[in-house]
Design a protein around this ligand. Sequence first.
Ligand SMILES: [Zn+2]
Length: 439
Amino acid sequence: MIRRVAITTLTSALLLLSLASSAWANDVSSLRLWRSPDHTRLVFDLDQPVDYNIIPLSSPDRLVIDLADARLKASFKKLDLSDTPIVKIRHAKRNKGDLRVVLDLKTSVQPRSFLLKPSGDAGHRLVLDLNDVTTSKPSTVVASEPKPEARRDIVVAIDAGHGGEDPGASGPSKVREKHVVLAIAQKLADQLNRKPGFQAVLVRTGDYYVKHKRRWEIARENRADLFLSIHADAFTDPRARGSSVYALSRKGTTSAMARFLADSENVDLAGEVSLGDHEEMVQKTLTDLVMTSSLVSSIDVGERIIGKMGELTDLHSKRVELANFRVLKAPDIPSILIETGFISNPKEERKLSDKRHQQKLAQAITQGVMAYFEENPPMGTMLSWQKDNKNASEHVIQRGETLSKIASLYNTSVAQLKRENALKSNVIHVGKTLRIPRS
Ligand SMILES: [Zn+2]
């Protein structure tokens, strides 16, 4: 299951790639397109590596892609261009047997392209990223209403592994890891967002690839208190089963499975773009986790999640696994990687694609996360405030507060608050003192 993907990255707008040319025409057998919050990815599936040229043109904005010695065997018509900067795609034969593809654009884009070698089910590919030219940040940030000082929400960044061109692991019935983990991540985000004092941020919101480094950036930009990376495992032995939770250690590995991941990980981390199989992404995520100064916190929250998941599903390991990975950088956020099950196991593949099971997994993870933060609330959060004020008998009303907000602060109801204070309406006044009912 370990595959290496050689990646050539071209950053300049006008570059010619010279690869071994072939006597046979290169068929473009299919075209695929993904839209992410900040770029559009167009993938050409090819028979063999291709010599190509990308030429950006303006007024009107266009992108010309010349493929040497290539034939179009697919149609652009099925591609969903809505929400993309592409208005129309045209093509024509050029010289003797070259293919020219022209993208008519609504706005200018920053193109970036690279070739990928065969990996998994995919063959040779030309990947073309059209990066949006914007002044504002990508719309991944979840807006929240301003909270009074020192009572902010705990932010949990939920990273669904893989996406888009990178399907992750596949099950025997071709269930894709990227779809399963996004479904679980979305359910987890919904559940956490319903808990007072918590706010979830989805690192990936659809079927598109997010660069590894960018996943961390999104967590940091949202000031996440916790980073959860959600995956579904694959192993050479289809009998392998159960969930596991990983945190990182520089000191050593705790199991053969952790070593299996670590051994392959330490081979090659040079590629900035991670496009490959499940292990590659897991390893890169884990590599970042190794530097965490919050390893103890990571293990603590991981143990609570394992405890809850163990009530629901088989565990591959009953403790948080540690693995030894090459150090790249120092994330400051407690971070764990959750393997929700083995997608390579036919029974678990079925379970992982079942909506009710996904919901239960999300619930177990939510409970583990809540249990951890109820005991270890970060400073300045509502949970921390609640912990400090749990025996308070009075509350002085602050600007912007409502009865329902005050009730949720003290884990009580509006009705109880009104009864305790003999209030006839929901109108309250800043500076007045309310008695807090004892539960
Ligand atoms: Zn994965």
